[in-house]
Design a protein around this ligand. Structure first.
Ligand SMILES: C[S@@+](CC[C@H](N)C(=O)[O-])C[C@H]1O[C@@H](n2cnc3c(N)ncnc32)[C@H](O)[C@@H]1O
Length: 156
């Protein structure tokens, strides 16, 4: 978000379950930053509009049951426009098994690609994220766009 603001983007929304997390981010960028702050559970959120880009670092991996994951992916599809793109980072398969005391699911790029049915992968990557406390947390990154049906799709 900070980098998008620095580049002049003005249609930004930040969603988190935690009002404390939102307050910290809001304090960092200032009250006048053109950001909509949404205190919502991503699995129950009902987006009122569509977005060009969905960016999630280290949220999806907290959803460890199939129903929550399915709901997240459904919400993401609702929130993205027909040419929407998604950038996601989760803990990698050799990443930590817990985060902030909570169990997490870990993914390789192939597993995320399977979950993002209907999206075309643009890029995948790995990051050795280092926490402020100096702990290394391997992340899997993916970028994908909504797959466009070709003009001939569906014809015999
Ligand atoms: C590890 S932090 C990552 C924060 C930020 N995305 C970043 O990369 O710095 C995970 C965040 O996910 C949020 N979170 C966890 N479950 C959530 C849910 N169901 N809906 C919305 N936010 C959730 C937590 O409140 C927390 O702020």
């Amino acid at each position: 978000m900070d980098k998008l603001l620095a580049r002049g983007y003005t249609d930004l929304s930040v969603l988190d379950l935690s009002s404390t997390a939102l307050e910290i981010a809001r304090h960092r960028v200032g009250d006048s930053a053109p950001v909509r702050w949404l205190r919502e559970d991503i699995t129950t959120w009902q987006p009122a509009r569509q977005y060009a880009l969905w960016h999630d670092r280290a949220v999806f991996h907290f959803l460890i049951d199939a129903a929550s994951r399915a709901r997240y992916l459904e919400v993401m599809r609702q929130a993205l426009g027909p040419e929407g793109a998604v950038i996601m980072a989760t803990f990698a398969t050799d990443g930590p098994e817990r985060c902030s005391g909570l169990p997490v699911a870990r993914y390789g790029a192939g597993e995320l690609e399977e979950l993002l049915d209907g999206f075309a992968m643009v890029a995948t990557g790995r990051e050795e994220h280092i926490t402020p406390g100096g702990v290394v947390q391997p992340l899997t990154w993916i970028a994908a766009t909504r797959r466009q049906l070709s003009a001939s799709s569906g014809r015999p």
